[in-house]
Design a protein. Structure first.
Length: 372
């Protein structure tokens, strides 16, 4: 459902996750569920090395103060030039005890610098830092998603759903963990989350609290039921569309909480029959709903609070758009509403028109309520 006409120009499906493929499925270019976890080991060792260097400076400074009687500044200066091996002369000649102590400072300093250098080389050469940066950028994109669609599964059905969403300019994120689907995700470079969509944490990371709808398009009816149950428990008001491979699964998906259940095989059969009998009608609707010619579009728009105060269908027709249907909040659908049909808040208007006409209609309907 939308409060303003969409239909932006088609754009390339872009962006990719950034975790190590070896940590998920080979070649997947995935977003790890915990993108910062891979850096904890190297960063912990780097922090340990830096703490060791600070302790070494304290050790050297205290030693020169106690053994040689240096002032704090002179002791610190002596420790720094000794640890860094820059070769400056001593503040004053050292006695035997001072020389032995200086040898210990040099040895500890060399060990500390070598350890720190090895940790830095490991951090940069292993690619963990780059993967961490990519994962953080992707996580920021996920956190910034609003009013988006979550697509669970990136097989043939999910992939085509994403293409339609992308063509309409609708923000989306894919949730996938199947190796075949992940290969397609990597190929198309779509924004995605790696994980099982029936897991609460995975859906939370995909932004289910801010999403407008969820499409469960995995190829298992059993998994679709679990995904719908999980999504419904997290967001009771979320609009959920689920795929059903078998006719007897549709009722289970409805009971699990799906608002709409789609069977690809049933739809394809109906479409083939329609093409055989009325090809021009099918071509016309394809052109209007998702064709390349965007001069005319079919859109559904939500009636806002202002428009729901005594406004009628006749008022909306002044925009020039043709009102095809009106669906009330209780789900009743009225095709070709009469001019005296009164609008109510949260009603959905299905209209056809040019971009300018639909924009005018959206303005007449007022701000849309929050996505349901």
């Amino acid at each position: 459902m939308t409060g303003s006409p969409s239909g932006g120009a088609p754009r390339k499906i872009a962006d990719v996750g950034g975790a190590d493929p070896a940590r998920g499925h080979p070649g997947s270019g995935l977003v790890s569920p915990e993108p910062v976890a891979d850096l904890r080991g190297p960063l912990r060792r780097l922090a340990l090395a830096l703490v060791g260097l600070v302790l070494l400076l304290g050790y050297g400074t205290a030693g020169y103060v106690l053994i040689e009687g240096y002032s704090f500044l002179n002791a610190l200066f002596m420790t720094v030039i000794t640890v860094s091996t820059v070769g400056y002369e001593e503040v004053r000649p050292l006695d035997a005890a001072g020389k032995v102590f200086t040898i210990s400072v040099i040895a500890l300093g060399v060990i500390g610098f070598l350890y720190t250098f090895s940790v830095l080389v490991e951090l940069l050469s292993s690619g963990e830092w780059q993967r961490h940066g990519r994962a953080r950028r992707v996580q920021r994109r996920l956190d910034n998603l609003r009013d988006h669609v979550i697509v669970c599964g990136y097989g043939r059905t999910g992939r085509n759903a994403v293409l339609e969403l992308n063509q309409s300019g609708q923000p989306f994120v894919v949730v996938e963990w199947n190796p075949d689907g992940l290969a397609n995700v990597e190929q198309d470079r779509v924004l995605h989350v790696l994980g099982d969509a029936s897991n609460d944490e995975v859906l939370e990371r995909a932004g289910i609290r801010r999403a407008r709808a969820l499409i469960s398009a995995v190829d298992s009816d059993e998994r679709n039921v679990y995904i719908v149950l999980t999504a419904r428990s997290l967001r009771p008001d979320l609009y959920i569309v689920a795929r059903s491979s078998h006719p007897d699964s549709a009722d289970k998906l409805h009971r699990a909480g799906a608002d709409r259940v789609v069977s690809p095989y049933t739809l394809s059969g109906r479409r083939m029959a329609a093409l055989a009998m009325q090809p021009a009608v099918v071509d016309t609707f394809d052109l209007l709903v998702g064709g390349a010619d965007t001069s005319m579009r079919v859109e559904e728009l939500v009636v806002g609070a202002d428009a729901g105060r005594g406004r009628t269908a006749a008022d909306l027709r002044r925009s020039g758009a043709v009102l095809l249907a009106l669906r009330s909040g209780d789900g009743a659908l009225r095709v070709g509403p009469g001019d005296d049909e009164t609008l109510r808040q949260d009603d959905i208007v299905v209209a056809i028109g040019t971009r300018d006409q639909l924009t005018a209609l959206a303005a007449a309907l007022g701000p849309a309520p929050a996505s349901r």
